[in-house]
Structures are given as C-alpha cells and as structure tokens.
Write a protein that binds this ligand. Structure first.
Ligand code: COA
Length: 358
C-alpha cells in the first residue's frame, strides 16, 4: 500500500535581475542632506540599483523570469542526469501561468504580466498582475500555488519586480536611501507535499486602516475624478517610516508564528528566515521575536536595498547562489508592505540550479 500523497506546488526554478547602475550611499550623500554613516547604521544598506532612463519594470521582470525559466530547465536536466537518464522531453518549463507582483507597472493600464509573458515566448498563457506592494511576491506565490493545487495551472512563473526609483521624491533623503530597483522570479510546478521545494502553507493578511502609512496620494481614480491637477509632491511615494517600522516587525512576526503553528513547525527549528529586506534593524527584531539567532536571517539588503516585490525572490536567489540556503533547510518567507499587507510561506529548500545575480 502506498502512503497518501497531497498535491502541492513545488519550487523548481529561481532567478533574479538587477539594473546595471549601482548607487552607493556616497552618491546620495553628495546630493542630499544625508551621510553614508546614517544610512548604514539606521538601515544596513550600502548601495541600491536604479534603472536607466527609458527602462521599465517589465525589463527587469523579463530578465528575472528568463533566469528562473533557465534555472528550471537546468534543474530538471540535472535531476535526470543524476538518475542517468539525460534530459527528458519535458525538460522545457512548459509554463501556463505568469503572475507578476508589482506596484510600479509599466502603465496604469493594462497589466504588465501579459507583455512580460509574450517577451518570454509564453504567448497564450494566463497572465496578470498582483498589487500588494512589498508583500506582493508572497501574495503572488500563494495565488499561483493555489491555482496549481486546484488544477487550474500546471506550471507557473511567479515574478516580483519593482522600480521605485521612478516614483520616489528626488528630494526625500529617507525613501531615496531605502529603496532600490530589482526583480526576482520562481517557477512552480505541480508535485507532492513530501518533495523538497513543496510550498507547505501560507498566511496572508491585511489592514486597510493603515492605508496612509505607505502611499502614492495622486494618480489613481480618487484624485483623477476631481479633474484637478495634483500638487507635485502627491505624485510621489510617501511613507511614515517610524510607524511602518513598528508595524513591519509586529506583522511579520505574527504572520510567521501563525504559519508555523498551522504547519506544525517550531520557530527554533527554522534553518533560514527570508524576510522582506526593508531595514536590517527590522530583520533583527523579527528574529528576536521568533527566538532565533541572527545568523538564521538571510540578508542581502546591504547591496540591493528594499526592492519591494523583488525583495524576497532576490534574497532567495542571492542566498541560493552563495550556498546560504542548503538542500533540506526549513525555510520561512515573510513579508510586509503597503495596504497594509503581510504574508508568510514555508518550504523545505530544494536544490535548484541558480545563477549569481550580478
Ligand atoms: N539621512 C539623515 N537623516 C535622516 C535620513 C537620512 N537619509 N532619513 C531620516 N533622517 C532623520 C529624520 O529626519 C529624523 O530627524 P529629526 O530627528 O531631526 O526629525 C531622524 O533621522 C530620525 O528619524 P526617524 O524616522 O525617527 O528614524 P528611524 O530610526 O525610524 O529610521 C527609517 C528611519 C525610515 C530608516 C526607519 O523608520 C525605517 O526603516 N522604517 C521602515 C521603512 C520600511 O521598511 N519601508 C518599507 C516597508 S514595506
């Protein structure tokens, strides 16, 4: 008699993409009333990347998506080589769903995902955007995984991509210091809960009462229906940093604990926590709340800043490429963002082939 199996979405490909231009803290200090020391000690960030004029979110999404698809191909090839069979006919990812998490789409309308899918040669597949700001990737992962387990999709490309440099106030030293552009992507396939890489559960939540803590006031229907041009500053992203800091720590810790209880894991058993890369002090506080030593945290904000929906998959790609994530590790993802929104996911780390994110 065979043991009962439970259908699950399984992570089988991973990649990230960054723009060519790095902006070190010293460049911001030369332009704004800030210092490298303030940014490093208050946030942990040393540099961030920004897109060039004329580039857009879809360019990063396509680059990350392409790497994730290649990773899925090479991972499948490697699996077969290990078993001595060589690449099989289904080594191509055969994706039938593209979900793009972003708050900086190429245009207000239509969604950016269909254009990304087309540029990746995935014409005809289901493709849509999800907006949950910095929690966007976890929401997109949960949506795609649910569609796979429900039988509505076989393989999904899930991308988190944002270019906040396009919506930041050039004169705002706080947001300019924190945010950077970037994208990360994973491929999910249908599989079984017992497999490494199977997504074992999610916790998602929101609280619209905190809507104004993170917002771009103008540009949406509320402002546009007045037909009055908005003041310049209302077109930019605004954030109430201190309040967001406190909410981020509380929400990610609570969401992580809720999910751990649901899937029967203890915090102390986690090998790695991949939390949204907003501020190293937020990450340390979350580890503290979960009773974990700091060395369980994956931290890549030092070199990329807060890349919003790109943050968690980029951190995964960096940590997989440098060996921080090891096959079999118990991994918890947790995010927090505008809305307010939060979410967590858990998996045992598989062994995907991952290129370093240059
Ligand atoms: N350089 C120098 N000083 C700065 C600065 C900068 N880049 N940014 C802010 N300051 C100043 C403030 O103006 C303030 O000065 P004041 O005391 O004279 O008024 C002082 O630093 C302290 O500001 P405060 O906001 O209390 O600092 P903080 O320790 O909370 O750090 C953040 C500010 C933004 C780094 C921090 O609150 C944070 O990381 N918040 C969460 C951000 C986030 O995660 N956003 C995305 C969520 S998805």
């Amino acid at each position: 008699m065979t043991a009962a199996t439970h259908r699950a979405a399984v992570l089988c490909g991973l990649g990230g993409a960054l723009p060519a231009t790095a902006v070190p803290n010293s460049a911001l200090a030369a332009e704004l009333d800030t210092t490298d020391e303030w940014i490093r000690t208050r946030t942990g960030i040393r540099q961030r990347f920004v897109i060039a004029p004329g580039e857009a979110t879809s360019d990063l999404a396509v680059a990350a998506g392409r790497r994730a698809l290649e990773s899925a191909r090479r991972t499948a090839h490697g699996d077969r080589e290990t078993r001595g069979g060589g690449p099989g006919k289904d080594a191509a990812p055969d994706v039938d769903l593209v979900v793009l998490a972003t708050s900086t789409p190429d245009h207000p309308c239509p969604a950016t995902a269909p254009a990304v899918a087309r540029r990746l040669g995935l014409t005809g597949v289901a493709a849509f955007d999800i907006g949950a700001v910095c929690t966007g990737f976890v929401y997109a992962l949960a949506t795609a995984a649910s569609m796979i387990t429900a039988g509505a999709a076989r393989r999904a490309l899930v991308i988190g991509a944002d270019t906040f440099s396009t919506i930041l106030d050039p004169a705002d030293r706080t947001t300019r210091a924190i945010f950077g552009d970037g994208a990360g992507a994973v491929v999910l396939r249908a599989g079984d809960q017992a497999e490494p890489g199977a997504l074992l559960g999610f916790d998602l939540g929101s609280d619209g009462a905190g809507e104004e803590l993170i917002t771009v006031p103008a540009g949406g229907s509320r402002q546009r229906s007045t037909a009055t041009p908005p003041p310049e500053r209302d077109r930019y992203f605004t954030m109430q940093g201190r309040a967001v800091f406190n909410e981020a720590v509380l929400s990610m810790s609570k969401s992580a604990e809720t999910l751990l209880a649901r899937i029967g894991w203890r915090g102390a058993d986690l090998d790695r926590v991949v939390a949204h890369q907003a501020n190293v002090r937020i990450l340390r506080a979350v580890a503290d709340q979960l009773g974990l030593p700091e060395d369980r945290l994956v931290i890549n904000l030092v070199r990329v800043g807060n890349t919003v929906a790109g943050s968690i998959p980029l951190a995964l790609a960096d940590a997989a490429a440098d060996g921080t994530l090891r096959p079999g590790d118990k991994v918890l993802l947790t995010g927090f963002g505008g809305g307010l929104t939060w979410g967590s996911a858990a998996l045992r780390w598989p062994s995907p082939y991952v290129e370093p994110v240059a």
